[in-house]
Write a protein that binds this ligand. Structure first.
Ligand code: HEC
Ligand code: HEC
Length: 244
């Protein structure tokens, strides 16, 4: 029975189908919308919005459209976003099949540089998620020179200041307050790589006082930053010993 040619034919067909579905898995392109099992029937349309050029320090505003692509009522239970964005209440939380709503997103471009990419994610009533990507280019703003704002203030502090508390070792301090700009292992991201620095004193001074631009503020407590003298020396010792 198992060697019945019809069975073998069917088995081959199933294998081929399985192979095809594998090939169709989305590439890991961050802009591709992953079609996962947990994907929500609530979809962003479009899933990627290019917001163009914005002057540093100005707010970039976009309305994201959400559609219920399923055939039952869906609820927007939660909306989350990455750094420095704020999301307003969706205009409707409950969507009929085929129904639309809008979500207003405001990106604070203060201290941002060049190409910025942010995401907004919604969670539906069943815990399934859907993500939209926003890209924009931040241009220098001649009026930003004497700005008194800091990434250590207000709503930015929870992630850029408070995270340093209780940390004493170089690498953990780095991960808490530096890696978001200088990249994992100090290999560079929106800010330059730091691995070529081998003088701990020069590093300590740059970290404590900043470079004079709002992109790289002084991290010393005396400058309004989060780091104690001990933390700054642990951090600069560790950084100065990294291989280039
Ligand atoms: C919920 C935590 C969180 C908050 C609040 C937050 N940030 Fe961030 N920030 C991050 C993370 C994580 C990254 C790195 C990933 C990314 O860019 O989203 C980052 C990266 C950055 C960067 C470098 C990357 C880029 O987007 O240019 C800047 C500049 C920045 N934040 C400024 C701010 C400012 C200004 C505020 C307050 C308006 C703020 N952040 C609030 C977590 C946060
Ligand atoms: C909000 C983003 C941001 C954070 C957080 C940040 N930096 Fe920077 N940093 C920059 C940018 C952008 C530059 C380059 C432009 C400039 O100097 O203003 C820079 C420059 C530097 C420089 C000078 C680089 C050189 O080779 O001349 C050093 C050193 C440095 N940062 C160390 C650190 C350390 C250590 C931390 C963590 C305590 C840190 N930075 C946190 C954005 C950031």
């Amino acid at each position: 029975m198992l060697l019945n040619p019809r069975f073998i034919f069917l088995a081959c067909l199933m294998l081929m189908l399985a192979a095809c579905t594998q090939v169709k898995q989305p590439a890991t392109d961050a802009l591709a919308v992953a079609v996962e099992a947990s994907a929500s029937a609530l979809v962003f349309e479009p899933p990627h919005v290019d917001m163009g050029a914005v002057k540093e320090g100005e707010e970039a505003v976009v309305y994201l459209r959400v559609r219920n692509s399923g055939d039952s009522m869906q609820q927007i239970a939660d909306v989350q976003t990455s750094c420095g964005c704020s999301v307003a209440e969706p205009e409707e939380r409950l969507l009929m099949p085929g129904g639309f709503t809008r979500i207003k997103v405001v990106i604070d471009t203060f201290a941002k540089l060049d190409d910025v990419k942010k995401w907004v994610q919604l969670t539906d009533g069943e815990g399934k998620t859907s993500k939209a990507w926003l890209t924009l280019t931040v241009r220098p703003n001649p009026h930003m020179g004497d700005n008194k704002r800091s990434i250590f203030d207000g709503k930015c502090a929870a992630c850029h200041f408070d995270t340093a508390k209780g940390k004493s070792k170089g690498p953990e301090i780095y991960t808490a307050v530096c890696s978001m700009c200088h990249g994992a292992s100090a290999k560079g991201a929106v800010a330059p790589a730091l691995r070529h620095h081998d003088n701990a004193d020069i590093l300590a001074s740059l970290i404590a006082n900043g470079t004079g631009s709002q992109h790289m503020p002084g991290f010393a407590q005396a400058m309004g930053g989060p780091l104690s003298k001990g933390q700054i020396s642990a951090l600069s010792e560790w950084l100065s010993k990294l291989d280039e």
